[in-house]
Design a protein around this ligand. Structure first.
Ligand code: VG1
Ligand code: CO
Length: 542
């Protein structure tokens, strides 16, 4: 029985860097989720006769939201919804399912690295038929629909059983419940040399994977412990919880403190890794060495050919603009293209679809390839393991050799969270207005060479994205980027990205914060962060 419910536009349903993210209670308010989902259907020309993939990271409200979305898909005439068992799917697994099954698109329920729970964050994201996040043109159409919406449609029917694999009906629509792990594991088996990794693990190599009580747990258990034979217990915090055990499921040295402590202890395992709420991010740590995501991307680009899925080499690589230029040096040396895109995986889709980039990455711990259209945490871990199995060197050894060959891009990101939105916006606007006057001037001892408000023209479809971050280059090659986060749910978060290149052979082993001190001072001189925000130190340093 289809019910058409009159509604009115709800303010602020504007998708950000990665879907719509709000406090969970906001999403739970009457009509909030329904309005947004109906706006997605309207923006994509309806879902009549279509097949959609549906799943999420298991956070609080995931199960309820999945029922609502399935009933709304059925009410609008969808033919089939493919759902991960218990409405669970990691973001990369959802992307894979869309592609594998030739679905028209999918809905991913996640606020990714944001904390979960009734008092924390929830999110909804639409991905298209290529398996990737909707491009800007579509997210803008969705937003426009939210501002004009007058009604939504939903089926008045009992909940469907999402716990039992198999097919059932919801009205005229088929609901197909699938094992969330099986197809993803099969894809990984095609890309990587499981035999070699298994042999490495059997040789006494120890690993620890921290799933942070988020969605990757079942995937990591099945693949690392199951298929590859890592010792039972190698995967920790493996059971997804609605509140992620009260933590931030954000794999960085701050929020994955336990793993860092383990990896820097005397009896540390050989390799450590973690992933985020929805399984698309990764953190890589060797014994006594943390690998920055930017460096990880560069190492993977330089060594991917060691894995069966990439023996033909890379056609190109792409990184988000704030990500360090470490991968650019690999691309230049190996002779493949390198693109710099705005922040957010949606900007990689066209390059991947067109075959112009094989590997992509972001400084925020996202790395992926053309195997799906999302970043992929476990994929990055497996590629690292494949490389370690092929080279039989330590992570520290691989890093030292990499820097010796390509030089080292010291890199760090300083986040100032939950700032007053007006103050943060004014800080950015004032600096933006001064950009044309900056070249040639001094900033705490560094001379500004270039200053731009980053705009990106997509090389495939020519679409233009403006105001994607303020980028300031200094003489000698250091770089500073400032932008406001598009994933937060409270006030504004200012991200300050800092980079300095050391060509070597000396000065490759400095402490990153010390190596970056001149750039940090220049950021303060140019933007007046402490004076304007009253914050004397960042909330999070990665
Ligand atoms: C952040 C990261 C960005 C990433 C995005 C989504 O965005 O900086 O690199 O693509 O999160 O990742 P922002 O706008 O807050 O800087 V996830 O794993 O949270 O979907
Ligand atoms: Co994520």
């Amino acid at each position: 029985m289809i019910r058409t419910v009159p509604t009115a536009p709800i303010d602020g349903q504007k998708p950000g860097t990665s879907g719509l993210r709000k406090k969970t209670r906001v999403f739970m308010a009457p009509g909030y989720l329904e309005n947004f989902v109906q706006s997605i259907w309207n923006a994509i020309g309806g879902v009549s006769g279509k097949t959609l993939v549906l799943g999420g990271d298991g956070r609080f409200f995931n199960d309820r939201a999945a029922q609502v979305i399935a009933k709304m898909a059925a009410a609008s005439g969808a033919a089939r919804v493919i759902v991960g068992q218990n409405a669970l799917l990691s973001t990369p697994a959802a992307s894979n399912l869309i592609r594998l099954r030739g679905a028209d698109g999918g809905i991913i329920l996640s606020a990714s690295h944001n904390p979960g729970g009734e008092a924390e964050d929830f999110g909804v994201k639409y991905n298209g038929a290529n398996g990737g996040p909707a491009p800007e043109a579509i997210t803008e159409r969705i937003f426009a629909e939210t501002r004009a919406l007058q009604e939504y449609r939903i089926l008045d029917i009992a909940d469907c059983d999402l716990a039992t694999p198999g097919e059932a009906r919801l009205g005229d629509m088929v609901v197909e419940v699938v094992d969330p792990v099986a197809d993803y594991r099969a894809l990984m088996e095609k890309l990587f040399d499981f035999k070699a990794i298994r042999a490495l693990l059997e040789s006494g190599f120890q690993l620890r994977f921290d799933a942070m009580h988020a969605v990757t747990g079942p995937y990591a258990r099945a693949i690392l412990e199951g298929a590859l034979g890592a010792a039972p217990g190698s995967v920790v915090n493996a059971v997804p919880l609605p509140d992620f055990g009260g933590g931030h499921p954000d794999p960085n040295p701050v929020w994955a403190r336990d793993l860092m402590d383990t990896m820097f202890a005397a009896d540390a395992p050989d390799f450590g890794a973690a992933s985020d709420g929805d399984g698309d991010r990764n953190m890589i740590v060797g014994r006594g060495v943390y690998v920055t995501p930017s460096d990880s991307l560069a190492v993977l680009a330089a060594n991917a050919h060691l894995a069966p899925g990439y023996t033909r080499g890379l056609t190109g690589v792409a990184r988000s603009m704030p990500t360090s230029a470490a991968v650019d040096r690999v691309a230049a040396a190996r002779g493949f293209d390198c693109f710099a895109t705005p922040t957010g995986w949606k900007f990689f889709g066209n390059l991947l679809d067109a075959g112009r980039a094989t590997l992509c990455g972001e400084e925020s711990a996202g790395t992926g390839s053309d195997h799906v259209r999302e970043k992929d945490g476990l994929w990055a871990v497996l590629l690292w393991l494949n490389i370690l199995a092929a080279r039989r060197e330590s992570v520290a050894g691989i890093m030292a050799a990499h820097w010796a060959e390509f030089g080292r891009n010291y890199y760090s990101r300083h986040d100032y969270e939950a700032l007053d939105t007006a103050i943060a916006t004014a800080l950015m606007e004032d600096l933006r207005a001064r950009l044309p006057d900056l070249p040639g001037t001094d900033a705490a001892g560094l001379t500004v060479q270039s200053a731009e408000d980053f705009a990106y023209t997509d090389p495939v479809d020519g679409s233009v994205a403006r105001a994607q971050g303020l980028q300031i280059g200094f003489e000698g090659g250091a770089r500073l980027v400032l932008r406001l986060s598009g994933t937060g749910t409270e006030g504004a978060t200012l991200r300050v990205y800092l980079e300095r290149f050391a060509p070597g052979p000396d000065g490759l082993d400095d402490d990153p914060q010390a190596a970056l001190a001149p750039v940090i001072a220049a950021a303060e001189a140019l933007a007046g962060i402490a004076a304007r925000t009253g914050r004397t130190a960042p909330d999070v340093i990665t």
